[in-house]
Design a protein around this ligand. Sequence first.
Ligand SMILES: NC(=O)c1ccc[n+]([C@@H]2O[C@H](COP(=O)([O-])OP(=O)(O)OC[C@H]3O[C@@H](n4cnc5c(N)ncnc54)[C@H](O)[C@@H]3O)[C@@H](O)[C@H]2O)c1
Length: 261
Amino acid sequence: MMPSPHDHSWNGKVVFITGAGTGIGQATALAFAQRGAKLALAGSSEAPLHDTAQRIATLGGTETLCLPCNVTNEDDLARTLSLIEKEWGRLDAAFNNAGIGQGGTPAASISTEEWKRVVDIDLTGTFLSMKYEIPLMLKSGGGAIVNSASTAGLVGFRTAAAYTAAKFGVVGLTKAAAMDYAREAIRINAICPGPIETPMIEKFLGGAEGLRRTKEAQPIGRLGQREEIAEMVVSMCNPATAYLTGSAIAIDGGQTSGVMG
Ligand SMILES: NC(=O)c1ccc[n+]([C@@H]2O[C@H](COP(=O)([O-])OP(=O)(O)OC[C@H]3O[C@@H](n4cnc5c(N)ncnc54)[C@H](O)[C@@H]3O)[C@@H](O)[C@H]2O)c1
């Protein structure tokens, strides 16, 4: 759903998104930009960030910063958040969305190296992002953080133990940190998408046949679209949802709601 051309609800506000060059992160950057936000776009490689910035410019969006940043590198995050402070002096919302998938390997066969890579990017990267976002939000008078978990942060998925453990970790981190800052006007929630049509899911489902089977298995009979996640993230950050904190919200076409039969 496109916002009304008169929706300027994020005018003058600053939003930081990791993994902003592709998929769900890019769609969310566009959704905030359409409402007037300034966007700080971070990601491990630079070219996709410029693609997102170009799309924002085409939409007539406001200012953007492209900030190459590896979320597993604490120095990168410290530098990135201090650049945002220097440029715009505040941070109103952050979407910690950078992540990698893992699948197709039973738990005991996952290499220790793969385990550490997934936990490092998906869980530690989310922790390090918050570690540098929260102090700037405190200086800004508060803000809203959404962490990217997954339905794999709510239920177990076969052959994806590293990803499932990391995303359960993101949900736990979200809930504990929400308690720490609930009285300081910082809201922290996790979004738990079901399968969304992005390059990540296509890769892990193993091509067209895997995609068809996954669609068939969904209660709603289709995959989600990245724009549907983007709209939910914006609404979780809106002041209108100010009572929402410490929640892990499934947006999954019914995937985790029951067993079809
Ligand atoms: N697509 C799905 O079905 C789905 C479902 C549930 C959750 N998610 C989660 O949504 C998020 C976005 O996934 P997507 O589907 O848009 O995939 P994607 O691969 O398009 O996006 C991931 C982004 O993260 C960036 N990234 C990866 N490692 C990084 C690092 N170390 N530092 C900085 N950036 C890094 C990538 O460059 C990429 O832009 C991920 O956290 C993923 O786990 C996706």
